[in-house]
Design a binder for this molecule. Structure first.
Ligand SMILES: [Zn+2]
Ligand SMILES: [Zn+2]
Ligand SMILES: [Zn+2]
Length: 450
């Protein structure tokens, strides 16, 4: 609820002569929750005469400040910018499946799989289990054993979808918190080794050397990380076979989805990452979980390209949900007990802080990435050949915004080659004042598409 002071200030702002500019700025940031504030100017100069053709300065903006969107991918930080990111990711993934954005439509005929690589178990956790429409008990065990901490390792509850216990261990003392955060920390390296092993295996199945395979087939990837409720990442990946030049070239007939699936199966079970022992912590060998889901992406029903693109785009905007709103780096001196999170997340963060202090594990940078529960990989990545880039999609949009500014007369039409553009920007802060926030929220409620 807005305070009376905020409402009074809002009314004063709406009455002010520059309220139109101010509202327009908020509109341009598209409901961004934490817009970046800039001060500066843009000068268009004729290089021949030195004459100023056009001047834009933030001095004419309300408060002398221009607000631009924060462009975060995190829905928890800024729902509006994350939505833009989600939509861009969707188009990027979809272009790699059916073409568009510079990718030829023939790419749709290339063999393509949707693969989910899972984390292993680090102990029993409360789970929502369903068979069809029927909800099943969590972990029913008739003669369940009792753990060393006196807990019976059975749970007959039928957990509702919003049960906060979901993903939390039956016994926190038994749960392998170190294993969980170490797996997150090495997941990007496991992925890299998986892609290498996949190429090697696919070459072997094709009766070719790796070098000979590269001259005939490109294996392209796009992947996204998804946090499970238990706080460990799974990776979802689109894996596609192309000819030697990427999506423009068809793969040879023998390069089939079946052979690719076989190679995926092998590569997932073959790769490991070894963690060296540290004071009191044993050495470990980490690998993917035994659950592996491989599905064909087909245009004829089944798993459609829209479903895959939506799925990947959705996860691209999420962080570790089990830590809730805590998505900033954690100061190592913070008393973890003061963090507004559940005990399970606190224990995962504590494991990062504990392991991160060992010299042997310094490379994993667990303290810096404690708020991500050890995972420091990119959320969504793709290989060079997969499709277009987020940068190209963004440039496309910027170009459209610029075209709109020109046609509506806000920006003069200059030939870029003959005009000197001098810009100077200065970062002066970010966020919304209480009044800005109130107006932005009103706007969102009244017109969610604005
Ligand atoms: Zn934003
Ligand atoms: Zn349970
Ligand atoms: Zn126990």
């Amino acid at each position: 609820m807005a305070s009376p002071d905020t409402v009074a200030e809002l009314i004063a702002r709406l009455d002010a002569p520059d309220h139109g500019r101010w509202a327009a700025q908020l509109r341009r940031t598209g409901g961004c929750r934490q817009p970046i504030h800039l001060r500066g100017h843009v000068l268009h100069v004729d290089p021949a005469t030195g004459r100023r053709l056009h001047t834009y300065t933030t001095a004419t903006e309300p408060g002398g400040i221009l607000r631009v969107p924060c462009k975060t991918r995190r829905a928890s930080r800024c729902p509006s910018c994350a939505e833009t990111y989600r939509a861009d990711t969707y188009h990027l993934i979809r272009a790699g499946l059916v073409g568009g954005k510079g990718v030829p439509p023939t790419v749709a005929t290339h063999p393509c799989l949707f693969v989910t690589l899972t984390a292993p178990s680090f102990g029993l956790v409360h789970t929502r289990r369903e068979r069809g429409a029927k909800l099943l008990p969590c972990h029913p065990r008739r003669n369940a054993r009792t753990c060393p901490h006196g807990r019976v390792l059975s749970c007959t509850a039928k957990h509702s979808a919003d049960d906060p216990r979901l993903g939390e261990p039956l016994c926190p003392e038994c749960y392998d918190y170190s294993g969980s955060v170490l797996f997150n920390a090495v997941a990007p390296e496991l992925w890299r080794r998986f892609t290498e092993a996949l190429r090697r295996r696919f070459a072997k199945l094709s009766g070719l050397t790796l070098k000979a395979l590269k001259e005939k087939v490109t294996i392209s990837f796009a992947k996204v990380a998804e946090y499970q409720r238990r706080g460990v990442v799974h990776l979802h990946a689109v894996i596609r076979l192309d000819g030697p030049d990427g999506p423009e070239s068809p793969p040879p007939g023998w390069a089939s989805a079946e052979a690719l699936a076989q190679a995926v199966q092998h590569a997932v079970s073959a790769v490991t990452v070894t963690i060296t022992a540290a004071d009191g912590e044993p050495a470990r060998v980490l690998k993917w979980g035994t659950q592996l889901d491989i599905r064909r992406i087909a245009m004829d029903g089944g798993l459609t390209e829209q479903a895959v693109a939506s799925y990947i785009a959705k996860y691209a905007t999420k962080a570790a949900e089990c830590v809730g709103a805590l998505d900033q780096r954690i100061n190592p001196l913070t008393d973890l007990d003061t963090l507004p999170i559940r005990d399970h997340a606190r224990r995962l963060i504590a494991a990062c802080m504990h392991l991160g202090a060992f010299d042997e594990l310094a490379d994993l940078r667990l303290i810096q990435w404690a708020h991500m529960l050890g995972f420091r990989g990119h959320f969504s990545t793709k290989s060079r050949h997969y499709s277009t880039t987020l940068g190209d999609i963004r440039a496309d949009r910027t170009e459209r915004v610029r075209a709109e500014a020109i046609t509506t007369g806000r920006l003069p039409l200059f030939d870029e080659d003959t005009v000197l553009v001098i810009t100077h920007w200065e970062y002066v802060g970010k966020g919304l004042s209480p009044v800005d926030a109130l107006l932005a929220s009103l706007r969102l409620e009244v017109n969610p598409d604005a």
